[in-house]
Design a protein around this ligand. Structure first.
Ligand SMILES: *Cc1c(COP(=O)(O)O)cnc(C)c1O
Length: 411
Protein backbone atom coordinates (compact mmCIF):
# COMPACT_ATOMS: atom_id res chain seq x y z
CA UNK A 1 0.00 0.00 0.00
CA UNK A 2 1.10 3.56 -0.60
CA UNK A 3 2.23 5.34 2.54
CA UNK A 4 -0.62 6.19 4.86
CA UNK A 5 -3.36 4.95 2.51
CA UNK A 6 -6.00 2.85 4.29
CA UNK A 7 -6.02 -0.83 3.43
CA UNK A 8 -9.15 -1.48 1.34
CA UNK A 9 -10.54 -4.83 2.27
CA UNK A 10 -14.05 -6.09 2.02
CA UNK A 11 -15.08 -9.72 1.72
CA UNK A 12 -18.51 -9.72 0.07
CA UNK A 13 -18.92 -13.49 0.36
CA UNK A 14 -18.27 -13.42 4.09
CA UNK A 15 -20.75 -10.57 4.51
CA UNK A 16 -23.28 -12.38 2.34
CA UNK A 17 -23.03 -15.52 4.45
CA UNK A 18 -24.50 -13.54 7.35
CA UNK A 19 -27.84 -13.09 5.55
CA UNK A 20 -29.95 -16.23 5.99
CA UNK A 21 -32.45 -15.26 3.29
CA UNK A 22 -29.80 -15.02 0.59
CA UNK A 23 -29.32 -18.76 0.52
CA UNK A 24 -32.94 -19.46 -0.43
CA UNK A 25 -34.20 -20.28 -3.89
CA UNK A 26 -36.78 -18.41 -5.93
CA UNK A 27 -38.61 -20.25 -8.71
CA UNK A 28 -36.06 -23.03 -8.44
CA UNK A 29 -33.13 -20.64 -8.94
CA UNK A 30 -30.69 -19.12 -6.46
CA UNK A 31 -32.01 -15.75 -5.29
CA UNK A 32 -30.33 -12.74 -6.92
CA UNK A 33 -31.68 -9.83 -4.89
CA UNK A 34 -31.26 -6.52 -6.71
CA UNK A 35 -34.14 -4.57 -5.15
CA UNK A 36 -32.03 -3.05 -2.41
CA UNK A 37 -33.02 0.56 -3.05
CA UNK A 38 -36.57 -0.43 -2.08
CA UNK A 39 -35.51 -2.41 1.00
CA UNK A 40 -32.45 -4.45 1.90
CA UNK A 41 -32.20 -7.86 3.53
CA UNK A 42 -31.27 -8.34 7.20
CA UNK A 43 -28.11 -9.91 8.65
CA UNK A 44 -28.18 -12.43 11.49
CA UNK A 45 -26.91 -9.69 13.85
CA UNK A 46 -30.16 -7.74 13.40
CA UNK A 47 -32.44 -10.77 13.58
CA UNK A 48 -30.70 -11.93 16.76
CA UNK A 49 -30.77 -8.49 18.38
CA UNK A 50 -34.52 -8.18 17.89
CA UNK A 51 -35.31 -11.75 18.88
CA UNK A 52 -32.94 -11.38 21.83
CA UNK A 53 -34.73 -8.27 23.03
CA UNK A 54 -38.08 -10.06 22.88
CA UNK A 55 -36.90 -13.23 24.55
CA UNK A 56 -34.31 -11.75 26.92
CA UNK A 57 -35.28 -8.33 28.18
CA UNK A 58 -38.37 -6.47 27.13
CA UNK A 59 -40.59 -3.81 28.70
CA UNK A 60 -41.75 -0.31 27.85
CA UNK A 61 -38.99 2.30 27.97
CA UNK A 62 -38.27 5.36 30.14
CA UNK A 63 -40.98 5.26 32.75
CA UNK A 64 -40.04 2.05 34.50
CA UNK A 65 -38.55 1.45 37.91
CA UNK A 66 -37.96 -2.22 37.36
CA UNK A 67 -35.05 -4.13 35.89
CA UNK A 68 -36.55 -5.05 32.53
CA UNK A 69 -37.69 -1.46 31.93
CA UNK A 70 -34.23 -0.17 32.76
CA UNK A 71 -32.50 -2.74 30.56
CA UNK A 72 -34.80 -2.04 27.63
CA UNK A 73 -34.36 1.72 28.07
CA UNK A 74 -30.60 1.23 28.03
CA UNK A 75 -30.85 -0.81 24.81
CA UNK A 76 -33.12 1.79 23.17
CA UNK A 77 -30.89 4.70 24.17
CA UNK A 78 -27.87 2.64 23.15
CA UNK A 79 -29.34 2.45 19.66
CA UNK A 80 -29.63 6.24 19.66
CA UNK A 81 -25.94 6.47 20.59
CA UNK A 82 -25.06 4.09 17.73
CA UNK A 83 -26.97 6.23 15.25
CA UNK A 84 -25.35 9.41 16.60
CA UNK A 85 -21.85 7.92 16.20
CA UNK A 86 -22.70 6.61 12.74
CA UNK A 87 -23.77 10.08 11.53
CA UNK A 88 -21.25 12.04 13.64
CA UNK A 89 -24.03 13.84 15.48
CA UNK A 90 -24.96 14.49 19.10
CA UNK A 91 -27.17 11.97 20.89
CA UNK A 92 -29.82 14.61 21.60
CA UNK A 93 -29.91 15.45 17.91
CA UNK A 94 -31.29 12.02 16.99
CA UNK A 95 -35.07 11.50 16.89
CA UNK A 96 -36.53 8.06 16.17
CA UNK A 97 -39.49 8.01 13.79
CA UNK A 98 -41.32 5.17 12.09
CA UNK A 99 -39.46 5.65 8.81
CA UNK A 100 -37.92 8.07 6.36
CA UNK A 101 -41.33 9.28 5.26
CA UNK A 102 -42.43 10.14 8.78
CA UNK A 103 -39.15 11.95 9.46
CA UNK A 104 -39.69 14.31 6.50
CA UNK A 105 -43.36 14.77 7.42
CA UNK A 106 -42.29 15.69 10.95
CA UNK A 107 -39.96 18.43 9.67
CA UNK A 108 -42.43 19.70 7.07
CA UNK A 109 -45.36 19.72 9.45
CA UNK A 110 -43.50 21.42 12.30
CA UNK A 111 -41.69 23.99 10.13
CA UNK A 112 -44.97 24.41 8.30
CA UNK A 113 -46.53 26.04 11.34
CA UNK A 114 -44.46 29.14 10.56
CA UNK A 115 -44.74 28.94 6.76
CA UNK A 116 -46.96 31.57 5.18
CA UNK A 117 -48.40 32.62 1.83
CA UNK A 118 -45.68 32.96 -0.78
CA UNK A 119 -42.88 31.39 1.26
CA UNK A 120 -40.80 29.23 -1.05
CA UNK A 121 -39.68 25.65 -0.70
CA UNK A 122 -37.05 24.35 -3.10
CA UNK A 123 -36.79 20.65 -3.95
CA UNK A 124 -35.54 18.92 -7.09
CA UNK A 125 -37.10 16.88 -9.87
CA UNK A 126 -35.29 13.77 -8.62
CA UNK A 127 -36.90 13.67 -5.16
CA UNK A 128 -38.69 10.62 -3.80
CA UNK A 129 -42.41 11.28 -3.23
CA UNK A 130 -41.59 11.39 0.49
CA UNK A 131 -39.63 14.56 -0.16
CA UNK A 132 -42.27 16.10 -2.43
CA UNK A 133 -45.73 15.40 -1.05
CA UNK A 134 -45.13 16.70 2.52
CA UNK A 135 -44.12 20.03 0.91
CA UNK A 136 -47.16 19.93 -1.39
CA UNK A 137 -49.25 19.77 1.79
CA UNK A 138 -47.69 23.10 2.81
CA UNK A 139 -48.50 24.48 -0.63
CA UNK A 140 -52.13 23.44 -0.22
CA UNK A 141 -52.54 24.34 3.44
CA UNK A 142 -50.24 27.35 3.93
CA UNK A 143 -49.96 28.87 0.46
CA UNK A 144 -46.28 28.00 0.12
CA UNK A 145 -44.71 27.99 -3.34
CA UNK A 146 -42.97 24.79 -4.36
CA UNK A 147 -40.03 25.08 -6.78
CA UNK A 148 -38.33 22.18 -8.53
CA UNK A 149 -34.67 22.35 -9.50
CA UNK A 150 -34.16 20.72 -12.89
CA UNK A 151 -32.31 17.52 -13.60
CA UNK A 152 -29.92 17.45 -16.57
CA UNK A 153 -30.13 14.82 -19.30
CA UNK A 154 -27.41 12.68 -17.72
CA UNK A 155 -29.25 12.69 -14.37
CA UNK A 156 -27.08 15.28 -12.63
CA UNK A 157 -28.75 18.07 -10.70
CA UNK A 158 -28.73 21.35 -12.63
CA UNK A 159 -26.82 23.36 -10.03
CA UNK A 160 -27.14 26.65 -11.92
CA UNK A 161 -30.89 26.27 -12.01
CA UNK A 162 -31.00 25.27 -8.36
CA UNK A 163 -28.91 28.30 -7.36
CA UNK A 164 -31.24 30.55 -9.38
CA UNK A 165 -34.27 29.27 -7.41
CA UNK A 166 -32.79 30.02 -3.99
CA UNK A 167 -33.53 33.59 -2.96
CA UNK A 168 -34.88 35.88 -0.25
CA UNK A 169 -38.28 34.11 -0.17
CA UNK A 170 -36.76 30.65 0.24
CA UNK A 171 -37.56 29.13 3.63
CA UNK A 172 -36.60 25.51 3.05
CA UNK A 173 -34.30 23.67 0.64
CA UNK A 174 -34.84 19.91 0.73
CA UNK A 175 -32.69 17.74 -1.51
CA UNK A 176 -31.76 14.08 -1.69
CA UNK A 177 -28.18 13.08 -1.00
CA UNK A 178 -28.48 10.23 -3.49
CA UNK A 179 -31.32 9.62 -5.95
CA UNK A 180 -33.16 6.34 -5.46
CA UNK A 181 -33.61 6.07 -9.24
CA UNK A 182 -30.70 7.78 -10.98
CA UNK A 183 -28.14 6.97 -8.30
CA UNK A 184 -26.96 10.57 -8.65
CA UNK A 185 -25.00 11.83 -5.64
CA UNK A 186 -25.72 15.50 -5.02
CA UNK A 187 -23.31 18.08 -3.56
CA UNK A 188 -25.51 18.57 -0.50
CA UNK A 189 -22.87 20.40 1.58
CA UNK A 190 -22.53 22.98 -1.17
CA UNK A 191 -26.32 23.25 -1.45
CA UNK A 192 -26.55 23.74 2.34
CA UNK A 193 -24.19 26.71 1.90
CA UNK A 194 -26.55 28.22 -0.70
CA UNK A 195 -29.56 27.68 1.57
CA UNK A 196 -27.87 29.15 4.63
CA UNK A 197 -26.71 32.20 2.66
CA UNK A 198 -30.37 33.26 2.36
CA UNK A 199 -31.34 32.12 5.86
CA UNK A 200 -33.23 29.03 4.66
CA UNK A 201 -33.35 25.69 6.43
CA UNK A 202 -31.50 22.82 4.70
CA UNK A 203 -33.06 19.35 4.81
CA UNK A 204 -31.15 16.39 3.36
CA UNK A 205 -32.93 13.18 2.42
CA UNK A 206 -30.28 10.60 3.25
CA UNK A 207 -32.46 7.48 2.84
CA UNK A 208 -30.13 6.20 0.10
CA UNK A 209 -27.05 8.26 0.96
CA UNK A 210 -26.63 6.82 4.45
CA UNK A 211 -26.59 3.30 3.00
CA UNK A 212 -23.91 3.87 0.39
CA UNK A 213 -21.81 6.82 1.58
CA UNK A 214 -19.99 7.60 4.79
CA UNK A 215 -21.95 10.44 6.43
CA UNK A 216 -20.40 13.14 8.59
CA UNK A 217 -23.12 15.56 9.66
CA UNK A 218 -20.65 17.93 11.31
CA UNK A 219 -19.01 18.39 7.91
CA UNK A 220 -22.27 18.34 5.95
CA UNK A 221 -23.74 21.15 8.09
CA UNK A 222 -27.40 20.67 7.18
CA UNK A 223 -30.18 21.52 9.63
CA UNK A 224 -32.05 18.24 9.21
CA UNK A 225 -31.02 14.85 7.86
CA UNK A 226 -33.30 11.88 7.32
CA UNK A 227 -32.55 8.18 6.96
CA UNK A 228 -34.45 4.94 7.31
CA UNK A 229 -33.81 1.60 8.99
CA UNK A 230 -35.09 -0.86 6.43
CA UNK A 231 -32.66 0.23 3.70
CA UNK A 232 -29.74 0.21 6.15
CA UNK A 233 -29.98 -3.56 6.71
CA UNK A 234 -32.24 -2.86 9.69
CA UNK A 235 -35.96 -3.49 10.27
CA UNK A 236 -39.00 -1.65 8.95
CA UNK A 237 -40.90 0.68 11.25
CA UNK A 238 -37.89 2.77 12.26
CA UNK A 239 -36.41 5.92 10.79
CA UNK A 240 -34.14 8.67 11.94
CA UNK A 241 -34.53 12.41 11.96
CA UNK A 242 -31.33 14.23 12.80
CA UNK A 243 -31.81 17.89 13.69
CA UNK A 244 -28.99 20.24 14.55
CA UNK A 245 -29.45 21.09 18.26
CA UNK A 246 -30.55 24.69 17.57
CA UNK A 247 -32.84 23.60 14.75
CA UNK A 248 -34.55 20.91 16.86
CA UNK A 249 -35.01 23.25 19.85
CA UNK A 250 -36.73 25.76 17.59
CA UNK A 251 -39.14 23.16 16.22
CA UNK A 252 -42.67 22.86 17.66
CA UNK A 253 -43.99 19.35 18.44
CA UNK A 254 -45.34 17.10 15.70
CA UNK A 255 -47.61 14.71 17.60
CA UNK A 256 -48.90 14.98 21.15
CA UNK A 257 -48.96 12.18 23.68
CA UNK A 258 -47.06 10.55 26.49
CA UNK A 259 -43.31 11.03 26.84
CA UNK A 260 -43.15 14.26 24.85
CA UNK A 261 -44.23 16.55 27.68
CA UNK A 262 -42.55 18.03 30.77
CA UNK A 263 -45.94 18.53 32.43
CA UNK A 264 -49.57 18.77 31.53
CA UNK A 265 -52.54 20.22 33.41
CA UNK A 266 -56.14 20.92 32.45
CA UNK A 267 -55.17 24.17 30.78
CA UNK A 268 -51.42 24.12 30.19
CA UNK A 269 -48.82 21.90 28.59
CA UNK A 270 -45.04 22.17 28.70
CA UNK A 271 -43.14 20.18 26.13
CA UNK A 272 -40.04 18.12 26.79
CA UNK A 273 -36.67 19.02 25.28
CA UNK A 274 -35.63 17.27 22.06
CA UNK A 275 -35.37 14.48 21.17
CA UNK A 276 -38.22 13.40 23.50
CA UNK A 277 -40.43 16.28 22.31
CA UNK A 278 -40.71 14.45 18.99
CA UNK A 279 -41.19 10.91 20.28
CA UNK A 280 -44.80 10.89 21.44
CA UNK A 281 -46.12 7.62 22.78
CA UNK A 282 -44.40 4.26 22.98
CA UNK A 283 -41.63 4.38 20.38
CA UNK A 284 -40.69 1.52 18.04
CA UNK A 285 -38.49 -0.04 20.71
CA UNK A 286 -37.61 -3.36 19.07
CA UNK A 287 -37.10 -1.66 15.73
CA UNK A 288 -34.71 0.89 17.25
CA UNK A 289 -32.74 -1.95 18.83
CA UNK A 290 -32.65 -3.69 15.44
CA UNK A 291 -31.46 -0.53 13.74
CA UNK A 292 -28.76 -0.06 16.38
CA UNK A 293 -27.55 -3.59 15.68
CA UNK A 294 -27.60 -2.97 11.91
CA UNK A 295 -25.54 0.17 12.28
CA UNK A 296 -22.99 -1.46 14.56
CA UNK A 297 -22.78 -4.33 12.08
CA UNK A 298 -22.33 -1.99 9.10
CA UNK A 299 -19.85 0.22 10.92
CA UNK A 300 -17.52 -2.73 11.46
CA UNK A 301 -16.75 -2.75 7.72
CA UNK A 302 -14.35 -0.46 5.90
CA UNK A 303 -17.04 1.78 4.38
CA UNK A 304 -14.79 3.02 1.58
CA UNK A 305 -14.07 -0.59 0.59
CA UNK A 306 -17.80 -1.38 0.67
CA UNK A 307 -18.52 1.60 -1.56
CA UNK A 308 -15.78 0.49 -3.96
CA UNK A 309 -17.30 -3.01 -4.07
CA UNK A 310 -20.80 -1.68 -4.80
CA UNK A 311 -19.47 0.64 -7.50
CA UNK A 312 -17.63 -2.27 -9.10
CA UNK A 313 -20.91 -4.24 -9.23
CA UNK A 314 -22.66 -1.34 -10.93
CA UNK A 315 -19.77 -0.86 -13.37
CA UNK A 316 -19.75 -4.52 -14.33
CA UNK A 317 -23.49 -4.46 -15.09
CA UNK A 318 -23.29 -1.18 -16.97
CA UNK A 319 -20.30 -2.26 -19.06
CA UNK A 320 -22.02 -5.52 -19.98
CA UNK A 321 -25.21 -3.76 -21.11
CA UNK A 322 -24.15 -0.43 -22.56
CA UNK A 323 -23.27 -1.85 -25.99
CA UNK A 324 -26.80 -3.13 -26.65
CA UNK A 325 -28.95 -0.87 -28.80
CA UNK A 326 -32.07 -1.85 -26.81
CA UNK A 327 -30.57 -0.79 -23.47
CA UNK A 328 -31.37 2.78 -22.38
CA UNK A 329 -29.77 3.73 -19.06
CA UNK A 330 -31.40 6.38 -16.93
CA UNK A 331 -28.86 8.36 -14.96
CA UNK A 332 -25.22 8.40 -15.95
CA UNK A 333 -24.05 11.42 -13.94
CA UNK A 334 -20.32 11.52 -13.19
CA UNK A 335 -20.99 11.23 -9.46
CA UNK A 336 -23.34 8.32 -8.90
CA UNK A 337 -23.78 5.29 -6.69
CA UNK A 338 -24.69 1.66 -7.29
CA UNK A 339 -28.17 2.00 -8.78
CA UNK A 340 -28.88 1.06 -12.39
CA UNK A 341 -32.21 2.26 -13.77
CA UNK A 342 -32.98 1.66 -17.42
CA UNK A 343 -35.59 0.89 -20.01
CA UNK A 344 -35.57 -1.80 -22.68
CA UNK A 345 -36.71 -0.75 -26.14
CA UNK A 346 -39.87 -2.51 -27.21
CA UNK A 347 -40.61 -4.07 -23.82
CA UNK A 348 -42.58 -2.89 -20.83
CA UNK A 349 -40.63 -2.58 -17.60
CA UNK A 350 -43.13 -4.74 -15.67
CA UNK A 351 -42.91 -7.55 -18.22
CA UNK A 352 -39.12 -7.56 -18.01
CA UNK A 353 -39.22 -7.63 -14.20
CA UNK A 354 -41.64 -10.57 -14.23
CA UNK A 355 -39.47 -12.56 -16.58
CA UNK A 356 -36.35 -11.80 -14.52
CA UNK A 357 -38.20 -13.15 -11.50
CA UNK A 358 -38.46 -16.53 -13.25
CA UNK A 359 -34.66 -16.56 -13.27
CA UNK A 360 -34.58 -15.78 -9.55
CA UNK A 361 -33.62 -12.16 -10.16
CA UNK A 362 -35.51 -9.55 -8.11
CA UNK A 363 -35.58 -6.05 -9.59
CA UNK A 364 -38.12 -3.25 -9.33
CA UNK A 365 -40.18 -1.84 -12.18
CA UNK A 366 -42.39 1.21 -12.14
CA UNK A 367 -42.07 4.82 -11.09
CA UNK A 368 -39.95 4.16 -8.00
CA UNK A 369 -41.96 6.76 -6.03
CA UNK A 370 -40.51 9.45 -8.29
CA UNK A 371 -43.26 10.46 -10.70
CA UNK A 372 -41.91 14.00 -11.30
CA UNK A 373 -38.59 12.47 -12.34
CA UNK A 374 -40.24 9.95 -14.65
CA UNK A 375 -42.21 12.77 -16.33
CA UNK A 376 -38.99 14.75 -16.69
CA UNK A 377 -37.63 11.89 -18.79
CA UNK A 378 -40.93 11.30 -20.59
CA UNK A 379 -41.31 7.85 -19.07
CA UNK A 380 -44.10 6.09 -17.24
CA UNK A 381 -41.87 3.37 -15.85
CA UNK A 382 -38.36 1.99 -15.77
CA UNK A 383 -36.53 -1.05 -14.45
CA UNK A 384 -34.17 -0.64 -11.52
CA UNK A 385 -31.40 -2.95 -10.36
CA UNK A 386 -29.90 -1.66 -7.12
CA UNK A 387 -26.88 -3.19 -5.44
CA UNK A 388 -26.03 -3.88 -1.81
CA UNK A 389 -22.81 -4.94 -0.13
CA UNK A 390 -23.81 -8.62 -0.21
CA UNK A 391 -24.21 -8.74 -3.99
CA UNK A 392 -21.48 -10.45 -5.99
CA UNK A 393 -20.12 -10.39 -9.53
CA UNK A 394 -21.94 -13.68 -10.00
CA UNK A 395 -25.23 -11.93 -9.14
CA UNK A 396 -24.45 -9.31 -11.78
CA UNK A 397 -23.65 -11.94 -14.41
CA UNK A 398 -26.87 -13.87 -13.73
CA UNK A 399 -28.86 -10.61 -13.97
CA UNK A 400 -27.21 -9.56 -17.24
CA UNK A 401 -27.70 -12.99 -18.74
CA UNK A 402 -31.38 -13.17 -17.65
CA UNK A 403 -32.01 -9.69 -19.01
CA UNK A 404 -30.59 -10.69 -22.38
CA UNK A 405 -32.95 -13.69 -22.43
CA UNK A 406 -35.97 -11.67 -21.21
CA UNK A 407 -35.39 -9.19 -23.94
CA UNK A 408 -35.58 -11.81 -26.71
CA UNK A 409 -39.23 -12.46 -25.77
CA UNK A 410 -40.09 -9.05 -27.23
CA UNK A 411 -38.15 -9.16 -30.50
C1 LIG B 1 -37.07 4.92 0.62
C2 LIG B 1 -36.86 6.37 0.49
C3 LIG B 1 -37.65 7.27 1.22
C4 LIG B 1 -38.78 6.82 2.13
O1 LIG B 1 -38.34 6.12 3.24
P1 LIG B 1 -39.33 5.09 3.99
O2 LIG B 1 -38.58 4.69 5.20
O3 LIG B 1 -39.55 3.95 3.06
O4 LIG B 1 -40.56 5.82 4.34
C5 LIG B 1 -37.39 8.61 1.06
N1 LIG B 1 -36.42 9.05 0.24
C6 LIG B 1 -35.64 8.21 -0.48
C7 LIG B 1 -34.56 8.77 -1.36
C8 LIG B 1 -35.85 6.85 -0.38
O5 LIG B 1 -35.09 6.02 -1.11
Amino acid sequence: MADGAPVMTFDALAARAQFPILSRQVNGKPLVYLDNAASSQKPRAVIDAMAGAMSGSYANVHRGLHTLANETTEAYEGARRSVARFLNAGEDEIVFTKGGTEAINLVASSIGQSIGEGDEIVVSQMEHHSNVVPWHLLRERRGAVLRFARVLDDGALDMDHLASLIGPRTRVVSITQMSNVLGTINPVAEIAGLAHAVGAVMVVDGCQGAVHLPVDLKALDCDFYVCTGHKLYGPTGIGVLYGKAEALSALPPYQGGGEMIESVTEDTVRYAEPPRRFEAGTPPILEAIGLGAAIEWLSAFDRAAVEAHETALYQRAFEALRGHDWFRPLGTAPDKGAILAFTVDGAHAHDIAQILDRYGVAVRAGQHCAEPLMSRFGLTSSIRASFALYNTFEDVDIFVDALGKARTFFQ
